[in-house]
Design a protein around this ligand. Structure first.
Ligand code: PFF
Length: 455
């Protein structure tokens, strides 16, 4: 097993925050959050989501990062290093597997975003005179197998390029410019959404809860979405934490990542639901939601032609910084544990992710009607990874850090780089201990068991 002598490190303190925020902020916020919220009643879902983020997401992200920073290893290696039991490395292995599966279907949607850069540049949005024609155009594109596979290939190649080159320079620098720009553009699109005639209904949908819409499934969806959006439960944050230096402040960085990620989801939610209701669309229509609505918003704003192009470029970049972290987890595992070269790992698993992504492309056309439990291949990959594997991984990580590793050791590690927190706000530390030891694992377990019908 290679030792840590030449292990890569972030170039700067904020390098980690940027890369980790880059991993967290992505299609999960802009594409998935709005459509899942739309399918689960809007505001009530949103409130449950916020509770999941505070009570589970924040404590678990701290746990994952401190695991990585202490072990300086990939998810499997980290558990091997910190425990003697044969069981825990399997938790890391499940994470690596989940990361690979997510990469495969995530890249399909990211491919749509790549395709929409071209669509917006050709001015095709201006031919849409109703939301229905925007939806028809999207459906027409996703029915085209060559388009889907071609865009998937382009996106995976871009991801492979960065991971192949070693992430730090390109991504650290790139994220610094692109992430703020994406933020500003989203705010612009949100303002246009709010000022559209008939947008109030959209605002009510996202901010006035209708509790009658809440079912047991809503809790699982919200929990899964929190894990997915924060890149948690599969070792992405652990792996990024492993490139950190010991004097970086873990709790503070974690809070920054969580706040940024949630803010982007809220802004995207407002931007999209105001547009959905103003254009008379169905909020619960599923994965095509942003591709049906945003083109209409762009055509209704001054400079919308350019805003549309830049928006899809930035969405692609946001997806790219997330996909990089997914491929990085798999790569780090093969480099650390199997002594592969980074290049070989990227070539092999990038290509495999492409192949496994193909059935997800075909789920929108040829194999659309092949369903298991009412879900096609894409839905199954999406559901199993986000709603089952990530929460399960998060549960086990919380149990390990809170109850197995030894809380004294954990706190000693955590204190490095966050002295002030420990001296001035020791109650926050105690609160975290209670959350990670009891509250987060019990809540996750409860939601998982309830979702399989135990309660
Ligand atoms: N957090 C990413 C998003 O919201 O788009 C998706 C993701 C990236 C999930 C990395 C999991 C992960 F490890």
């Amino acid at each position: 097993m290679s030792e840590n002598l030449q292990r890569e490190k972030w170039g700067s303190k904020i390098g980690f925050v940027l890369a980790a925020a880059g991993s967290a902020i992505g299609l999960g916020n802009i594409w998935k959050f709005p459509y899942v919220a739309g399918q689960n009643g809007g505001a009530a879902f949103f409130i449950i989501y916020i509770f999941c983020v505070i009570l589970i997401g924040l404590p678990v992200i701290i746990a994952e990062i401190i695991l990585g920073r202490t072990a300086q290893k990939n998810p499997v290696g980290a558990f091997k290093k910190l425990s003697d039991s044969k069981f825990w490395p399997w938790v890391g292995a499940m994470g690596v597997f989940a990361g690979f599966i997510i990469l495969s279907f995530y890249s399909v949607v990211a491919g749509w975003s790549v395709g929409y850069v071209y669509e917006s540049a050709t001015g095709v949005f201006y031919n849409f005179n109703s939301a229905q024609s925007a939806a028809e155009h999207f459906n027409h594109l996703t029915k085209n197998v060559t388009w889907g596979i071609g865009m998937l290939a382009i996106f995976i190649l871009m991801t492979m390029f960065f991971v192949y080159a070693g992430v730090q320079k390109g991504i650290e620098k790139g994220s610094k410019i692109m992430m703020p720009l994406l933020f500003i553009l989203l705010i612009i699109v949100m303002i246009r959404g709010i000022t559209l005639e008939g947008s109030d209904e959209g605002l009510a949908f996202i901010f006035h809860p209708d509790w009658s819409k809440v079912t047991p499934k809503t809790f699982l969806e919200a929990l899964g979405q929190a894990f997915f959006s924060l890149s948690l439960g599969m070792g992405a944050m652990l792996t990024y934490g492993s490139y950190m230096s010991r004097n970086d402040n873990v709790p503070k960085s974690s809070l920054e990542i969580v706040v940024l990620d949630t803010l982007v989801a809220v802004i995207a939610g407002v931007a999209i639901f105001t547009a959905v209701f103003a254009t008379g669309q169905n909020a619960a229509q599923g994965p095509g939601l942003i591709f049906h609505t945003l083109p209409i918003v762009f055509t209704k704003m001054p400079g919308g032609y350019f805003v549309g192009i830049i928006f899809f470029i930035l969405l692609t970049i946001a997806a790219l910084t997330s996909a990089i972290s997914l491929l990085e987890v798999v790569t780090a595992y093969f480099v650390d544990e199997k002594n592969w070269s980074r290049h070989k790992a990227v070539l092999v698993f990038g290509s495999l992710a492409f192949l496994v992504g193909i059935p997800s492309v075909l789920s929108f056309n040829i194999i659309e009607n092949y369903k298991i439990f009412g879900m096609n291949f894409f839905d199954v990959a999406n559901y199993l990874s986000s709603n089952i594997m990530l929460p399960l991984g998060g549960l086990l990580i919380a149990i390990f850090v809170g109850n197995v590793w030894g809380i004294d050791k954990v706190l000693q590690e955590l204190k490095q780089g966050s002295d002030k927190l420990f001296t001035n706000y020791s109650w926050i530390v105690s609160l975290w201990v209670v959350l990670i030891k009891y509250v987060s694992p019990i809540l996750i377990l409860f939601v998982l068991l309830q979702s399989i019908g135990v309660f």
